[in-house]
Design a protein around this ligand. Structure first.
Ligand code: FAD
Length: 343
């Protein structure tokens, strides 16, 4: 059981800035995110696209913004628990919150900040009977260790950048080169970088990989192993395609998920908050960023930054009931300079 002043659910841009605002008030935070890396939508959906409306930052890509936020919060030493979803948030008799994640990490938190954005991103799945049991052994929705696929027969499903990028990665000469790569997509049209599509077609012409139009309609198994998938093509013919591993890249879909079960007042799948402290209907639980709703709400990063600032001040009395909290300027306050490590 980890004791903490603050537990932040979500490491998107707003969850990250929440660490900063809490840090200035000497409130230590732990941060949990279901994704393997911090950054939320900025990293998952538009890492290389420029954002133009962050105050005083004329242009920054999603990735650059997240890198800057991570640098900015460094002095506060928040602990990150990534790749795990917060499943349980329950108020205990002493007013603290019992928080649990899908990996069994447990916290006792004085305050909780829900910065869950549009929810936790889950990979969209291929719906074929009997397939799910191969998850992590022969069925994958992301590639953690590319070397694990070297020398294997791979079937890669999808028509977006991830499917194309990994197909090219494993089909080309290099340490991770697979024995064979078959790219499978339901139509002969892609939503991916034109250069990747051209490269894929060139590799197919050079017989270094294959592209099949079709959908998986069944499996072949032998002694507990997935040996092949049945692929039904546009010509209605079903072919058996042998494989060692199936990589499915259908994108990520956001799901509010467990946040809906924590007893918070919701309005159209968003958490209702006040605009003084961005506190939810449960005292001690705050909600900031895209996940919350209030009159006039705009789902923008800069709104989330403002909300995180007021939420931190709103939370301080729960953490330090006897302390008078004063607003101090980072330019001028020796105390803040000490916290920021800039003395
Ligand atoms: P998110 O970025 O959604 O992060 C939430 C995080 O919480 C996610 O990482 C998720 O995995 C995690 N999470 C959720 N539930 C759980 C749980 N139960 N347990 C653990 N983790 C959980 N905004 C702008 O201001 N300017 C722009 O130019 C702009 N451009 C955009 C372009 C695109 C294509 C998109 C899609 C959005 C854009 N936005 C822009 C919106 C902006 O990205 C969002 O407002 C911002 O990401 C919200 O930040 P957040 O931290 O609230 O949530």
């Amino acid at each position: 059981m980890i004791d903490t002043d603050a537990l932040i659910v979500g490491a998107g841009p707003v969850g990250l800035f929440q660490v900063f605002e809490l840090g200035l008030l000497e409130i230590k935070a732990h941060v949990v995110d279901s994704l393997a890396a911090p950054g939320g939508q900025c990293i998952e959906l538009y890492p290389d696209k420029p954002i133009y409306d962050i105050p005083a930052v004329p242009r920054s890509t999603g990735r650059e913004l997240v890198d800057s936020l991570l640098k900015q919060i460094e002095p506060f030493g928040a602990t990150f628990h990534l790749g795990q979803e917060v499943t349980v948030v329950r108020k205990e008799a002493d007013g603290r919150f019992h928080v649990e994640t899908s990996k069994g990490t447990r916290f006792l938190a004085k305050t909780v900040f829900v910065a869950g954005g549009v929810g936790s991103f889950q990979p969209r799945r291929l719906k074929v009977d009997g397939l799910d049991k191969y998850e992590g052994t022969q069925l994958f929705h992301h590639v953690k260790t590319p070397a694990a696929f070297a020398g294997k027969q791979l079937v890669i499903v999808g028509g977006g950048d991830s499917a194309l990028d990994w197909a090219l990665h494993f089909a080309q000469d290099g340490p991770d080169k697979a024995e064979s790569v078959i790219l499978l997509h339901r139509r002969d049209g892609f939503q991916a970088a034109p250069a990747s599509i051209a490269k894929m077609r060139a590799l197919c012409d050079a017989m270094q990989m294959q592209f099949i139009v079709g959908q998986i309609t069944g499996l072949e198994e032998h002694e507990g192993r997935l040996t092949a998938v049945k692929v039904t093509g546009g010509d209605a013919v079903t072919r058996v395609v042998p494989l060692d591993a199936l990589l499915v890249f259908f994108g990520l879909s956001p799901k509010l998920g467990p946040i809906a079960d924590w007893g918070l007042d919701l309005e159209r799948k968003q958490v209702v908050v006040d605009t003084e402290k961005f506190e939810t209907s449960v005292p001690g639980i705050f909600a900031v960023g895209d996940v919350n709703t209030y009159p006039g709400k705009k789902k923008l990063i800069l709104s989330g930054f403002h909300e995180a600032t007021l939420a931190a001040f709103g939370a301080a009395p729960y953490v330090f009931p006897d302390k008078r909290i004063q607003l101090q300027y980072t330019t001028a306050s020796p105390k803040l300079h000490k916290l920021l490590g800039v003395e």
